[in-house]
Design a protein around this ligand. Structure first.
Ligand code: OGA
Ligand code: MN
Length: 216
């Protein structure tokens, strides 16, 4: 089922998003850069620099039942070489998306994430437009790059992407969702205000780099 997506080039990926609102692509950046990013998470974690994620509701709330990951926000100015390679790819993607979909994407916010064993993230949308009455830049496209070598089906930690009836019929799915394994080098993109999604409980430490393209 998934295989039709996995060898997309940039152009195909852009059409997938404009036609269906999501796309899945493998080998987004080189295996060496994936390993370097996974290593950065190990180091940040060993030095207690990963922070327990909050749930995006204000006032800031931490609810590890809802969301069990720890995160580290990236700063493009201080990017490591592996992060720079990632940001370069994302910039190409941003320009392509703007040309193709006229989205007016102007910036990216990104964090590394680590899900400890047993953690997940309950069903949610990534888009929260208002905070304290003030309009913030809006998350338009969610982008998740996975950093997990040799991920097995029994490791769990799937990204469950909930689909509408039309997509479900198009993909000939029995269920109303697509379960996507968080394998090394895989990039998943979807419209932030459209796709409910969740992270199923993982039985192995699960690493990723998550970004959102923002519009004003
Ligand atoms: C998120 C999220 C999904 C994943 O960080 O908002 O939904 O597969 N992540 O890591
Ligand atoms: Mn999310």
């Amino acid at each position: 089922m998934l295989s039709q997506y996995l060898s997309l080039n940039l152009q195909q990926q852009l059409s997938e998003i404009s036609e269906h609102g999501f796309s899945i692509m493998d080998n987004f950046i080189s295996p060496a850069n994936i390993l370097a990013l996974a290593d950065e998470i190990n180091t940040l974690n060993a030095n207690s620099h990963m922070q327990i994620a909050n749930t995006g509701r204000s006032p800031i709330s931490i609810n590890t039942q809802l969301r069990g990951d720890s995160i580290y926000w990236l700063n493009e100015v201080e990017a490591s070489p592996a992060q720079q390679a990632y940001f370069k790819k994302m910039e190409d993607l941003r320009c392509g998306l703007n040309q193709h979909l006229y989205l007016g994407l102007f910036s990216l916010e990104s964090h590394l994430a680590l899900y400890p064993i047993g953690a997940g993230y309950q069903k949610h949308l990534d888009c929260f437009q208002f905070k304290g009455g003030e309009q913030l830049p809006k998350r338009q496209i969610s982008c998740i790059l996975y950093l997990n070598q040799d991920w097995l089906a029994e490791d769990g930690g799937y990204l469950r992407l909930h689909l509408n009836a039309h997509e479900r019929a198009r993909l000939n799915l029995k269920e109303s969702y697509l379960d996507i394994a968080p394998i090394s080098g895989r990039l998943v993109l979807f419209l932030s205000d459209t796709f409910y999604h969740e992270v199923l409980a993982t039985t192995r430490i699960r690493k990723s780099l998550t970004s959102w393209f923002l519009t004003r």
